[in-house]
Design a binder for this molecule. Structure first.
Ligand code: NDP
Length: 284
């Protein structure tokens, strides 16, 4: 079997085009949706992500602000920046680029973000609403994964889904979104006894581990839908996922590539959440 490719890049661009039109329509009504990104330090990977977010925001017509803070910025200085963003009426959504280097206290910073502007969905208020199935922001990467799954047309309800990884930003919220769509969900992690046995039962696999080509074709159920969240840079500079694409695509029914899979969807969902935030704050 040769899997069908889930083209995250193409789907992301389609959604961005629709968002651009929506932003245009909002501007006609005098609403100018704004997104801000705050970054501390000079981590090259973070700098790249921030640039990509800024570019994507500008392309769909958002008012885009990037606040670059030098290494050594104190907790108090960062908290003041957060307060400014909370009060700025031109900013409808904003995020702090993670990770924050010590001694900055990440949790305290994330909890200071006003929940209505928390477009990354990291504030405990929004995480709690997600857990109990209330309306509100959904975290960008899991929301992107669900969108890709839905685009395959393969029903999620009643399916066995295995999420590999239990981080707060990917694995856990992913499992919740799948459960809310009536999948039967298992969450696997580094202490799982027999990962291959779990995976071989899975109709849907979401890999968020951070180990290059960790999940191979022989671990999969034939026909499974495989969503690969992993972004791993090899010593030769090549970027690969957590799934061994070559062997997995011989067994799976559907699979996301890396790059051009989940990655472009994450930024797209950030844009989508920002447009939602603007509409909510302007009562549209
Ligand atoms: P974390 O490091 O926070 O979590 C990794 C998870 O994998 C942990 O739960 C860990 O288990 C589990 N794990 C580690 N080793 C094994 C193993 N041998 N068997 C089973 N599970 C294992 O990573 P993230 O969730 O932040 O990211 C995961 C991947 O996704 C990374 O490659 C990251 O770069 C990528 N990513 C991609 C994004 C995108 O936009 N496409 C966005 C965010 C992340 P335990 O809890 O027991 O330690």
């Amino acid at each position: 079997m040769s899997a069908q490719i889930i083209d995250g890049q193409a789907i992301a661009m389609e959604i961005r085009l629709a968002l651009k039109q929506e932003v245009e329509a909002l501007k006609q009504k005098g609403i100018f949706p704004g997104l801000a990104v705050i970054m501390v330090g000079d981590n090259p990977a973070s700098q790249l992500y921030v640039k990509m977010k800024e570019k994507a925001a500008q392309e769909i017509g958002l008012h885009s602000v990037v606040r670059l803070k030098p290494t050594g910025t104190t907790q108090e200085e960062l908290m003041r920046e957060i307060e400014e963003m909370n009060e700025d009426p031109r900013i409808h959504g904003y995020m702090v680029q993670l990770p924050l280097a010590e001694p900055l206290r990440e949790r305290e910073i994330l909890e200071a973000i006003r929940p209505v502007k928390d477009v990354d969905c990291f504030h405990p208020y929004n995480v709690g609403r997600l857990l109990i199935g209330e309306t509100g922001f959904k975290p960008c990467t899991p929301l992107g994964c669900i969108t890709l799954l839905e685009r395959t047309g393969v029903p999620i309800e009643g399916k066995k889904a295995v999420v590999v990884g239990r981080s707060n930003i990917v694995g856990k919220p992913m499992a919740i979104l799948l459960m809310h769509r009536n999948a039967t969900v298992a969450i696997c992690h580094s202490k799982t006894r027999d990962l291959a046995a779990e995976l071989r039962q899975a109709d849907i696999v979401v890999a968020a581990v951070g180990i290059p080509r960790f999940i191979t074709g022989e671990m999969l159920k034939p026909g499974a839908v495989v969503i690969d969240v992993g972004i791993n840079r090899l010593p030769d500079g090549k970027v690969v996922g957590d799934v061994d694409f070559v062997s997995a695509s011989q067994v799976a029914g559907w699979i996301t590539p890396v790059p051009r899979g989940v990655g472009p969807m994450t930024i797209t969902m950030l844009l989508k959440n920002t447009v939602e935030a603007a509409k909510n704050q302007c009562k549209i």
